[in-house]
Ligand binder design. Sequence first.
Ligand code: MN
Length: 232
Amino acid sequence: MAHKLPDLPYAKDSLEPHIDAETMRIHHDMHHNAYVNFLNAALEDHADLQEKSAFDLLVEFDSLPDAVKPAVQKHAGGHVNHSMFWTLLSANGGGEPSGALATEINETFGSFDDFKAAFSAAAGGVFGSGWAWLVVDGEGNLKITTTANQDNPVFTEGSLPIMGVDVWEHAYYLKYQNRRPEYLGAFFNVVDWDQVGSYLAMVRAGEKVIALSDWVAAKRARLEELLGSLTE
Ligand code: MN
């Protein structure tokens, strides 16, 4: 079963003026599509691996044949990262989170403004191409982290992303050129906090964000073991 480019869940011009239609077209139809095509090409001779989701390929990376590892790291990573990224944006986005997400952000970072400043600093500080993420780490805490290239936090540190921003120049150069901080401001105008809150709820419920696997169950079991040992 070949991997497929997911449709954007909205029209390409719907995020204007924050993110322009032409950037969305090139980013989704060309860049994301290329990750999907390269991933399928890399798995051509590996029928068993073709059945796995791109996320599971990252989770099970260590057990993959060496021959496919470089391509999986780049292109399964790119496929997963972009598939999630599109869902994080909405014409009705922006503002501040609410509910459990707001509570956790306030408890972890002090306030939403403190979180936004720390996240923007992390995203602005990525040297070259990469991503900044809000993740639930292996201990169950919210954390800001960054990755290079198309690495996903599940791959680099075993954290589950619930929100992330693409800071590759292809994500913003047409409209913002070298002004990455302006692009980050625009991102915060369209980020869909309800969706981020849904991802947090999925992680807290023991489901992973992109697709189901045993990975989160294993994490949860470890967390429950730890908590259990503290309360014995
Ligand atoms: Mn991108």
